[in-house]
Design a binder for this molecule. Structure first.
Ligand code: S3P
Length: 168
């Protein structure tokens, strides 16, 4: 079995992926990290040079590669916008059990209020951007998920335990 973590920026896909990997000894892969490694530049620079469109293309190509060379026993942490293209949603479902880590905009702003590494949150009115992006993406996350877990007020350890209990 594989576990695929999806959800908005700041929901804990990376941290919870690490926690799951620690407790289950499953291998963890992170799509953002793989893209950065392939590109040889950080995400902010990919966005500067290739725009969001270029980044999305890299995400879609990576997912296709991962599905083609599908392995078992892997925890995938993904980027928050990976669910936008319909084809990606299909590919994510093929990769394993998809867990949507649901977070409130208020918790995102608490965690990422001063973040400089997410190009889509830079500039004024961060809360408005978060609400808008979240509203646009909500149905994409929901329709891709096998399991939905609310993360607000819970530690990564709590969330990891809940995921494992629910996936049996
Ligand atoms: C993005 C989320 C980021 C990263 C990129 C775009 C998004 O990943 O892929 O900045 O569109 O929501 P995290 O969800 O890990 O922050």
């Amino acid at each position: 079995m594989n576990i695929v973590l999806i959800g908005f920026m700041g929901c804990g896909k990376t941290t919870i992926g690490r926690e799951l990997s620690r407790t289950t000894k499953m291998l963890r892969k992170d799509t953002d990290e793989m893209i950065v490694e392939d590109a040889g530049m950080p995400i902010t620079e990919i966005f500067q040079q290739e725009g969001e469109e270029g980044f999305r293309k890299r995400e879609a190509e990576l997912l296709e590669r991962l599905v083609r060379g599908k392995q078992d026993g892997i925890i995938y942490s993904t980027g928050g916008g990976i669910v936008i293209p319909e084809i990606n949603r299909e590919l994510l479902k093929q990769m394993g059990k998809v867990v949507f880590l649901r977070i409130k905009p208020e918790t995102v702003i608490e965690r990422l209020g001063h973040d400089t590494t997410r190009p889509l949150l830079q500039g004024p009115d961060r809360m408005k951007k978060i609400r808008l992006l979240m509203a646009r993406r909500r149905s994409a996350y929901e329709e891709t998920a096998d399991l939905i877990i609310d993360v607000d007020g819970h530690t990564p350890q709590d969330v990891a335990e809940t995921i494992l209990a629910n996936l049996g």
